[in-house]
Write a new protein. Structure first.
Length: 303
């Protein structure tokens, strides 16, 4: 009973902190949005925003950067949740960026549109005149994200300089910026993957079905289990296998790997996460391109 009480108090503290951040964002910025991928972290952010401003309507539009290579389950869930929340959804299209010549499609066996999202994201923020983009990134995900503040300053080119961030002392947040600059806001910074799953269970939140174990055709490429979709070209030396898997993260189908798992309920997933020795982004092929892949993309304006 004591352990359960600690867990509840811990989640309550994290929830209160995140709600405070969301209310500060609403107070300091003119046109904030929630970056919504349809993944578990952005679902939690949407719930926190709902609580922060209840009974009013969600004050932030949801912005989805659509690579065009999404899992069907993710798009289906996105549309369902938007309708349930009565939220305003804005979609930035990577395909549109390619068609306009703003981005160039990658070639080769490991081609992905994941890196192209940066151009589409920055264009979408500029076109919508967004001055704060709220995301679900957490410091425990990856070493580059461990350097983030709650209010992450971006320059007029949308770029991130880890050495030029504002101090955050005593819950005081500096949202001042020059014309053309904006902020990324991360209310889940102090959360862990386990915290997110426990909160999802506590709040009884709906999730895309791909988070739970299911049978799916996969190939193993560079040690990553990739789902066989219309966006992946299976090579002659690659064997398509039917495996029971689930996804720990939701992203572009060309680079988001699955894990073999029989975890079909939230309790099973929580137990699995507790025993995991690899971070959830360890299944992302895009993070394996170089030792500094994530940090390089963040400096260019990636989420």
């Amino acid at each position: 009973m004591q352990h359960q009480s600690y867990s509840v108090d811990h989640l309550h503290h994290l929830e209160s902190e995140a709600i405070f951040i969301l209310r500060e964002t609403a107070a300091q910025f003119h046109n904030p949005v929630i970056l919504f991928s349809g993944g578990k972290d952005s679902i939690v952010v949407a719930r926190l925003a709902q609580k922060a401003f209840w009974p009013a309507k969600l004050p932030f539009p949801l912005v989805h950067i659509d690579t065009g290579h999404n899992f069907a389950e993710t798009i289906e869930f996105r549309d369902m949740l938007v309708k349930k929340l009565n939220a305003d959804l804005k979609v930035g299209s990577v395909q549109e960026s390619i068609d306009k010549g703003r981005a160039v499609e990658e070639k080769g066996i490991n081609a992905s549109r994941n890196m192209l999202q940066t151009v589409t994201l920055l264009d979408t923020l500029e076109n919508l005149k967004i001055d704060a983009a709220i995301g679900g990134a957490r410091r425990d995900e990856e070493k580059a994200r461990a350097k983030e503040r709650f209010f992450s300053h971006r320059d007029e080119f949308g770029q991130w300089d880890p050495k030029n961030q504002r101090p955050e002392l005593w819950n005081l947040f500096n949202g001042r910026k020059n014309m053309g600059e904006h902020f990324r806001v991360f209310p889940l910074s102090n959360w862990t993957e386990m915290d997110v799953w426990q909160y999802i269970k506590r709040e009884e939140l709906d999730l895309p079905t791909i988070y739970f174990s299911h049978e799916r055709d996969v190939i193993i490429r560079n040690g990553v289990h990739l789902a066989v979709t219309d966006f992946i070209t299976v090579q002659p030396d690659e064997k398509v296998q039917k495996k029971t898997v689930r996804f720990r993260t939701v992203g572009d189908a060309t680079c988001t790997g699955a894990v073999e798992s029989v975890a079909s309920t939230l309790d099973h997933i929580i137990a699995e996460v507790a025993a995991a020795r690899q971070t959830e982004r360890g299944t992302r092929a895009d993070d394996k391109r170089s030792e500094t892949a994530m940090e390089d993309r963040k400096k260019e304006g990636y989420f």
